[in-house]
Design a protein around this ligand. Structure first.
Ligand code: NAI
Length: 343
């Protein structure tokens, strides 16, 4: 975000504005409350690609019928440690949260809990769900498919989505570590940003319609996976775990985020929760994660770095910074949030 045209908004005010707007669009309060929580989780960490900037999109899709507003949510336990949470095409935030609650319950009694989330709308910054479990003493991995906008390694046409992976683990005397990433080099939002500012982009981010790397954001037809064939393999893994495993549309068949805002998206997600008490001494496990963090902090920083951070630490520092300054929001989005407009 550039410093121009930004306003700094206190966290709870911003959360309330988003909740009110989603309810005005027609989302029931219990769902709007969870969505606002997820959106503020992203913004207060500086993950602005998944916070307030998405509000107009969600509100428009809610009011155009792209989510089931009175869904019949159902958890179906399919084995001692497995289950499917039927999201009935509600907005994904609340659905994936409730599904994670079920996975945590399974892990409490069975040592692991694996829950597939079947048929939901976009679920946002998925680190939220991994952290939800880590805050209850569990280790968690969650993966989620998204719509095609990335070329498979060596290809010219988009096939997979930016398919994110999030992992969180608790530790003694500190917030959980939280690793949360898209499997692309850069988010689509960064291309749009470069287009609007008429800036070139590094040739490692994206390709043109011939599959050639491009530095012109206007010529971008697809994004590149992170680390070439390795990121490509990871995004395939994510799609198999969160799409095919649940019998959902996969790869290029996943519905578009932006094309038709009246249709249900039928997305999938998979939560894997591990209870450390079933694998060893839980206290020792928590100490070991803390020791790992301490040892990483003690690694001398390379030239150009101030220190070695654990995954999620930079975002924790941002939370503290924004507690002082307020959360930066584009002035036009803030005006929109305060207005009566739905989208
Ligand atoms: P990012 O590139 O900003 O960060 C990725 C990870 O690297 C984070 O865990 C971060 O803590 C860690 N990290 C960054 N710099 C670091 C450093 N210097 N030292 C140590 N660790 C460091 O994240 P990205 O890939 O832009 O993803 C942003 C969000 O987008 C995520 O919350 C993700 O879940 C979400 N997303 C959601 C999608 C969906 O369809 N629901 C699709 C794609 C992304």
């Amino acid at each position: 975000m550039t410093e121009e045209a930004l306003v700094y908004v206190e966290r709870n005010e911003l959360r309330q504005l988003m909740k009110d707007k989603l309810m005005n669009a027609g989302l029931p309060e219990v769902q709007a409350d969870k969505s606002a929580d997820l959106l503020i989780f992203a913004d207060e960490r500086g993950v602005h690609s998944h916070g307030t900037v998405r509000m107009q999109y969600y509100s428009e899709r809610i009011s155009k019928g792209g989510y089931k507003l009175q869904p019949e949510l159902k958890f179906e336990q399919t084995g001692p440690a497995s289950g499917v949470y039927h999201g009935d095409n509600a907005l994904g935030h609340y659905v994936a949260y409730e599904a994670m609650e079920e996975a945590i319950k399974l892990a409490e009694t069975s040592g692991i809990g694996i829950v597939g989330v079947k048929e939901m709308g976009h679920s946002g910054a998925i680190g939220y769900f991994a952290k939800q479990a880590a805050e209850r003493g569990m280790v968690a991995l969650t993966v989620c498919q998204s719509d095609p906008m990335v070329v498979p390694f060596g290809g010219t046409e988009p096939y997979f989505g930016t398919n994110p992976i999030a992992f969180s683990a608790p530790r003694k005397n500190g917030v959980p570590i939280l690793f949360d990433m898209a499997t692309t080099v850069q988010a689509w939002g960064k291309i749009l940003d470069a287009r609007s500012k008429h800036k070139s982009i590094p040739d490692t981010w994206a390709v043109d319609d011939k599959g050639e790397p491009t530095t012109d954001p206007h010529k971008v037809s697809a994004l590149l996976p992170v680390a070439g064939p390795k990121g490509y393999g990871l995004m395939m893994m994510v799609d198999i775990l969160s799409g095919s495993l649940l019998g959902l549309p996969f790869g290029k068949h996943v519905t578009s985020m932006y094309k038709d805002l009246t249709e249900y998206r039928r997305l999938g997600q998979l939560h894997i929760v591990i209870n450390p008490a079933f694998f060893g001494d839980k206290e020792r496990f928590l100490e070991q994660v803390s020791e790992m963090v301490d040892e990483l902090h003690a690694v001398p920083p390379a030239k150009g770095f101030d220190k070695v951070y654990y995954p999620g630490e930079i975002q924790e520092d941002v939370i503290k910074k924004y507690q002082e300054s307020g959360i930066p929001v584009a002035a036009e989005i803030y005006d929109y949030l305060k207005s009566d407009e739905v989208y």
